[in-house]
Design a protein around this ligand. Structure first.
Ligand SMILES: *Cc1c(COP(=O)(O)O)cnc(C)c1O
Length: 668
């Protein structure tokens, strides 16, 4: 065995190495990537000279099939590949005859949506910046869930199967840890996945916890089966304990000296309890200086609550005493709230956009002086499409090294008056649209028709059916101004019964339009995932985003679209509230100052859909004005807006975001 390999194995021994992994991990290569990057990163992390960060998240969306794709010597097993997707459209014949088929590897299925994608984009950027950071998560043995359309009647969640043992780049370790709880122990196996940087010479290790081991009883083995799904309260609580306490034990087991623990959501708040136990609770106040907490949603369902008696049943008594002391508030007697626990045990608290910061200060007045905000971003190299990147590279003399520093994208403004730049950008966009149309050619998607997309988790506050409130008006507009193609995708959480009704409502609308004229085409894609997000955010003209303010903490999908010069049609909430001075599309609807928050959702569908139609009419006029007797109208404001989108992408990315964390939160 070569030296390099020995060095890797020193940190953590790979289980069944000879039998399963020896052909993919050898002297210099790790599933096709240079081993040196891993060694450098591990050395940096293990040396106590550096200030090191442990990043905790319940989910990670790494885009393993669209960015830095690992290769393996054995063919990828079918269960680790993308499945076929059904399509529901108002062009029913192809719906019956065809499906959307891909031969790609799966996204590592340990995420559900926005939070996971943000965590994935964040650690990719940490790798780009060569930071000594290790990420902690859970190996979800059955992923999240697979969305099936049940004809045109709604969503049928299906259990997902995949094979962690043969997923390229993912390796099980010999290392196991033991969680000591009241009257029982839970054992966890550790897995590792390296997240490489763009240059492929540095990597962030992601350590995943897995309760599916022989030592556990059958019920405990299932704890790490499905993300955001558990059979009972104890299961839900134990999943949080696994992430927080298990994560801390894993870091210790692997020998990582950590200076700072970054917790995403209250999910990971038990990490503090584990550290306090280890340090023998000597100095609780000082321990807080090792913790930073980020809150990702103002919506109450996103905040974990458990009764004191449930906690008492599961935790050892010293752990329970600490949780009771730090995790309860007078306003909610008898309840342990993990958000409160995280806020009470961290020196830093932050929201994920400015307006979310305002909402959070209203929701948690006790902590208002401590609450900061760092607006989310996206990892530009993951989300930019090949044609746009290739085009921008031809201007690298003006733009600079925008791939390594996307803040340089601001320089596109210098090219605004350059006719070649304007035509070239349009051509790159049309290339994306053409690829997209080819992918769905059976549905006769057209490249010269204004195309919109709404794709995200289906939830009431995101108002998925807003654009369908007055379908006759929409049809009238399409007839009068020019045709429309509207794409839809999104999963509803299997316990969110209200969200199901929106899927049904949209399907009904599509069904009623079955015989409609050719001016309005609606296409719903099954099983929204990162792979699909990547072609949607670049293949359409306009990204539609219409949450009810101020419920959207940040949102990120619009930023992915901006990285591809795709225009925004949006209400003013989350990150968008910080971009209203930018001419990047059209903003509409109810506005909120973020200074209050109520639980009752008054969705304002009537007035906001009217505002949406007006805004859309403007955009349609502009879009169809682009075509001047068959030629591109080069001075069209539409092209200005596309350029402004790219310019705004210089701010709304994780490179800028991490640098803010470094200066304001992590205090380097
Ligand atoms: C980006 C992304 C999200 C988050 O979208 P929002 O519009 O910010 O809610 C959710 N799911 C997938 C698959 C994504 O890629």
């Amino acid at each position: 065995m070569a030296n390099n390999l020995l060095e890797i194995l020193k940190y953590a021994k790979i289980r069944n190495f000879e039998a399963n992994y020896a052909s993919d991990i050898h002297d210099d290569f790790y599933f096709g990537f240079p081993v040196k990057g891993i060694l450098d990163a591990e050395q940096k992390l293990l040396s106590s000279k550096e200030k090191t960060i442990a990043y905790f998240s319940m989910e990670y969306g790494l885009a393993t099939n669209v960015y830095n794709i690992y290769s393996a010597s054995k063919p990828v097993k079918p269960e680790n590949k993308l499945s076929e997707n059904d399509i529901i459209s108002n062009n029913r014949i192809p719906d019956y005859l065809f499906t959307l088929k891909f031969d790609n590897l799966l996204d590592l299925p340990i995420y559900s949506g926005g939070l996971g994608v943000l965590a994935g984009d964040t650690i990719k950027t940490a790798a780009d910046l060569r930071m000594p950071l290790v990420a902690i998560g859970i190996l979800w043995n059955k992923g999240y869930f697979k969305q099936r359309f049940w004809f045109k009647f709604g969503q049928l969640p299906e259990e997902m199967k995949w094979d962690p043992q043969t997923f390229p780049g993912l390796v099980p370790l010999e290392n196991k840890i033991k969680l000591e709880l009241k009257n029982r122990n839970i054992y966890l196996r550790l897995w590792k996945y390296y997240v490489f940087n763009q240059a492929k010479d540095f990597a962030v290790p992601l350590v995943l916890l897995d309760s599916n081991v022989e030592e556990n009883d059958i019920e405990a083995r299932r704890l790490t089966d499905r993300l955001y799904k558990s059979d009972d309260v104890d299961g839900r609580l134990l999943q949080r304990i696994i992430l927080g306490m298990g994560g801390m034990k894993a870091l210790e087991e692997l020998g990582y000296p950590i200076s700072l623990y970054h917790l995403n959501e209250g999910h990971a708040a038990f990490a503090f309890v584990q550290l306090a136990r280890k340090e023998n609770k000597k100095d609780i106040e000082n321990l807080k200086f090792k913790f930073a907490y980020t809150c990702h949603t103002p919506v109450p369902a996103g905040h974990d609550r458990f009764s004191l008696s449930d906690c008492e049943r599961v935790l050892t008594s010293p752990d329970f005493d600490l949780v009771k002391a730090c995790g309860t508030a007078d306003s909610e007697p008898g309840i342990v709230n993990l958000t409160i626990l995280a806020m009470n045990t961290s020196y830093s608290i932050n929201a994920v956009s400015k307006i979310h910061g305002d909402v959070m200060r209203f929701q948690f007045p006790t902590y208002k002086n401590k609450i900061k905000s760092v607006t989310n971003g996206v990892h530009f190299p993951t989300w930019v499409s090949e044609p746009i990147k290739k085009f921008l590279k031809t201007y690298d003399k003006v733009l600079g090294d925008f791939e390594n520093d996307p803040t340089l994208l601001k320089n596109v403004l210098k090219c605004k008056e350059d006719p070649d730049f304007r035509t070239g950008l349009w051509a790159a966009h049309q290339e994306n649209k053409k690829k997209f149309a080819q992918l769905l050619h059976q549905w006769k998607i057209r490249e010269d028709v204004l195309t919109l997309c709404w794709a995200r988790r289906i939830a009431a506050y995101k108002r998925p059916s807003l654009i369908f409130q007055d379908i006759e008006r929409l049809e009238g507009m399409a007839k009068r101004i020019g045709p429309l193609q509207i794409f839809y995708a999104g999963k509803a959480h299997p316990n969110d019964n209200l969200a199901f009704t929106y899927i049904n409502e949209i399907m009904n609308t599509v069904d009623k339009l079955n015989e409609a004229n050719g001016n309005l085409k609606i296409v719903m894609l099954e099983n929204y995932d990162i792979h699909m997000a990547k072609f949607l955010v670049s293949g359409v003209d306009v990204w539609l985003n219409n949450p009810l303010p101020p419920n959207e903490a940040s949102g990120t999908s619009g930023m992915k679209a901006m990285a591809n010069a795709v225009l925004q049609l949006s209400t003013v909430d989350g990150w968008v509230a910080e971009a209203t001075h930018e001419d990047i599309g059209q903003f509409f609807g109810f506005r909120h100052d973020g200074k209050t928050f109520t639980n009752d959702l008054v969705l304002r569908l009537d007035e906001d859909s009217k505002a949406l139609y007006e805004a859309l009419e403007n955009m349609m006029g502009l879009y169809y004005g682009l075509n001047q007797q068959g030629a591109l109208k080069i001075q069209s404001p539409w092209l200005d807006k596309m350029i402004n989108c790219l310019s705004s992408a210089s701010y709304f990315n994780t490179f800028r975001m991490i640098n803010e964390y470094r200066s304001d939160i992590w205090d380097f």
